[in-house]
Design a protein around this ligand. Structure first.
Ligand code: MD3
Ligand code: FE
Length: 204
């Protein structure tokens, strides 16, 4: 079912489950080409999530800052894997249901959380056009998502994101602070002891 969670954000429970196997096969292909790696924050601390990307632009962070790049730093600036059309289509369909009919992402950031990994409250501000929504797909172990306000100090709402859930974040919600609480230990029948989150963006 579809659950509005903000002025212009929509949680589509189980939206990708009908295409679970094709989606996982596409994801495996991307990861085989551009493996997960742990990046460093500009402050020099390792992120607890491991990341990779597909699409024209991939997100990275190192001592020089957060940014999108066309070449994978782990593979000699080779282009990021092509965004599998199935993934781009699913993201586009979800965005349309939330009122964004022409969503054409040029970047898909893939985050892997093992138990204990988390993402602290932050805003996504590295993209060029904040009028474009972000679409996320959650896979594997459940996680508590924190959805705050436009100020870091605003008390966040909490939502449980589970395997197959898709969220479209747009309009005034696009710049809300958000984060993920530490993933609890567990074993997902299809994904094992991990959570994988895909975020589709128009970055450039
Ligand atoms: C709400 N990832 O990669 S996805 C991120 O589960 C990130 O890996 C989280 O935050 C994860 O930047 C959350 C959901 C998400 C993504 C971007 C948003 C929610 C958002 C941007 C604005 C508001
Ligand atoms: Fe984010």
């Amino acid at each position: 079912w579809n659950e509005p969670i903000g002025d212009a954000s929509l949680l589509l429970h189980g939206f990708v489950l009908a295409q679970e196997e094709a989606l996982l096969a596409a994801l495996r292909g991307v990861i085989a080409e551009a493996p997960f790696r742990k990046m460093q924050t500009p402050g020099g601390r390792p992120m607890s999530v491991a990341t990779t990307s597909c699409g024209r632009l991939g997100w990275m962070t190192d001592r020089r800052g957060y940014r999108y790049v066309t070449g994978d730093p782990l593979r000699g600036q080779a282009p990021w894997p092509v965004m599998p059309p199935l993934l781009a289509d699913l993201a586009g369909q979800a965005a349309a249901l939330a009122g964004f009919p022409a969503f054409c992402p040029d970047s898909c950031l893939i985050n892997r959380y093992v138990p204990g990994a988390k993402m602290s409250l932050h805003q996504d501000k590295d993209e060029a056009d904040f009028s474009q929504p972000i679409v996320s797909v959650s896979l594997g172990l459940p996680a508590v998502f924190q959805f705050g306000g436009l100020a870091r100090s605003d008390t966040p709402q909490r939502y449980l994101l589970t395997h197959g859930d898709v969220v479209v974040w747009g309009g005034p919600d696009r710049l809300r602070f958000h984060g993920v609480l530490p993933v609890r230990p567990g074993e997902h029948p299809r994904m094992g002891a991990q959570r994988i989150n895909l975020t589709f963006r128009v970055a450039g």
